[in-house]
Every structure is written in C-alpha cells, then in structure tokens.
Write a protein that binds this ligand. Structure first.
Ligand SMILES: [Zn+2]
Length: 305
C-alpha cells in the first residue's frame, strides 16, 4: 500500500502536529480540562489508526493507496480518519479506539453507559455520504463503502438497530473486512490498476485547513513548566552538570543534546514564533546561560530572515 500525502500532510510531518503540542503541554503540566480530553481522544485515534494500518499493510494489496486525516469541507469541516482507494472502491473509514462497552441503540451512542464526546456512527455515515457526493461530482467511477471501525481488543460492541450506509467492524472482524475488500475488487474483474486521475482527485479532496487547531491560552502559557525535562521519565528534577543532564530515574543525557531537544520543545509550544535567545533563556529558567543558548542555536539551527 502506498500513502498519499499532499502539501498540508507534508507540512504536518515535518513540523509539530496537534498531538506533539498536546503531549508537550501535558508533560509541562499546562493542559486544561478540555485539552486533556482532546489529548486522550487524539492518542486513542492514533493508536486505532496504527492498528488498522498494521492489518491493512499485512493483508492489503500493494497497489492500494490511502490518505489519513482527510479534511472535507462541506459548510463544516469533517475529518475522515482513513480514506482507502482500491482500483474499484473507495473506503472512508472512521476509527474509534475505545475501552469497554460501546452500544448503539435507538440512534443513540453510548460508551460505558455515557454519551461519548464524538458520535462514531453518525460521523462515519456523514463522511461516507460526503465522499460519495464528492466522487460522483468529479465522475470518479468507484463504489463507496464506508465503515466505522472499532479496532481495540478491549472494546465490546453491541449494535441494536440497523445502521444504514456503513458497516460496523469490531477488532475480531477487521481481517475479514479487509479480505472482503480484496473480493470486492476481484468480483469487478479489476486489472488492479488505479487510474492516475483518481489519485490526483484524492490529493485534491483534502482541503487546506490550518495545520494547528490547538489554541494555547494565556492562562495555559503561564502554567507551562519551564526548563529541561528528563528525556526518559519527563521529570523536571534533573541535575545539570557541565557535560551531562542526570535524573534520579538513572537517565544521563549529553548536555548539548538536552539543550537542542528542549529548544525543539519550545518550538513545538511556540509554533508561530521564531527562536529568540532571550525567550529561550526564560524557557530554560536560568538553567542554561545565554551564551550556551546562542552557541547551540548557531550550531544546530539555521537562521531565517
Ligand atoms: Zn528521568
């Protein structure tokens, strides 16, 4: 399988993602309640996506292509977690990595008895409908089959009503679902070639949304724990020596590496700013001298502007 990236995806891969920012804020004790939930949600999505991609890479066909994190603009922004294209079908997949019991009864989603923050069945239906409309308008002659996938092995699923338009796929049905994709393709006498025009369409379908949607409020900024954190345990109880940073957990890290790493962490939290030595000096909380910071910047970072 081949991953398709457009410019927006490339930029996310080479700079900080929303998840990087949330993790850094979490490490530095600055997350508010709402963003703590968002971190959990994004981490779970990420785990689920990895699981689904592992199965697809193992069982899927080499000529299949896919795009992750596809933003679809239709009055509102909808995100398709994974959009897979075979030579005959398009599979918009909504991925939900849950623990415990998920139920869908009388058009109501319940996760362990409570309404989840996001509605997995409705999102999957909505994204499948949009992909169907977008592909029809552009004469993309592929059948659209949407699914809500629940790849966590610790997640039981009970669906009481009929769910139109999409399939519901639990962890133990994932492989059978992928094998069905292979049969779907075979049944249409496919020559296993994907029309290059369709791949261009796939690249264009993702709308250029802002890369960062995490807003770091001034209050959160005030709470950000400054200084070098241990590379292994993320603790701040480190001792800065002449050549090494050491932590009670037993981890030693060369000082220069720790400085570069922490400058990068500052960059993640201040993605819209450039690296200005006095700001960094504050961020290091006087652990590192201004000269050391400037030497490190000159050696490891390139000057812009
Ligand atoms: Zn440590």
């Amino acid at each position: 399988m081949r991953k398709i990236n457009n410019e927006r995806h490339m930029e996310i891969e080479t700079s900080a993602s929303n998840l990087d920012i949330l993790r850094e804020l979490n490490k530095r004790d600055a997350l508010d309640e709402e963003l703590t939930k968002e971190l959990k949600r994004v981490e779970a999505k990420n785990r689920g996506l990895k699981t689904v991609l592992n199965h697809l890479n193992h069982l899927g066909k080499n000529h299949w292509v896919y795009m992750t994190n596809v933003s679809l603009d239709s009055y509102n922004i909808f995100t398709c977690d994974l959009l897979l294209m075979t030579s005959t079908h398009l599979y918009p997949l909504e991925i939900n990595h849950y623990d415990g019991l998920f139920e869908f009864k009388k058009e109501l989603s319940l996760l362990n008895g409570k309404e989840p923050d996001q509605l997995p069945i409705e999102s999957a239906q909505c994204v499948a409908t949009l992909i169907n409309a977008f592909s029809t308008i552009r004469s993309i002659n592929l059948d659209v089959k949407g699914a809500a996938i629940f790849p966590s092995s610790t997640n039981q699923i009970r669906i009481y009503d009929e769910v139109p338009e999409i399939e519901i796929v639990g962890a133990d049905q994932l492989d059978a679902f992928i094998k069905q994709m292979i049969r779907d393709e075979k049944n249409r006498n496919s020559d296993e070639k994907i029309d290059p025009r369709y791949i261009r369409w796939l690249r264009e379908i993702d709308q250029q949304q802002p890369i960062w949607t995490i807003h770091i409020s001034d209050e959160m900024k005030e709470h950000i724990h400054p200084g070098i954190a241990c590379r292994a345990c993320n603790g701040f109880d480190v001792t800065i020596g002449k050549e090494f940073v050491s932590c009670p957990c037993g981890k030693y890290e060369p000082l220069e590496e720790a400085i570069v790493r922490t400058i990068c962490e500052y960059g993640v939290l201040n993605y819209e700013k450039s690296l200005y030595p006095p700001d960094l000096h504050l961020f290091f909380d006087n652990q590192i001298s201004m000269e050391q910071i400037e030497t490190c910047l000159a050696k490891h970072f390139s000057l812009v502007g």
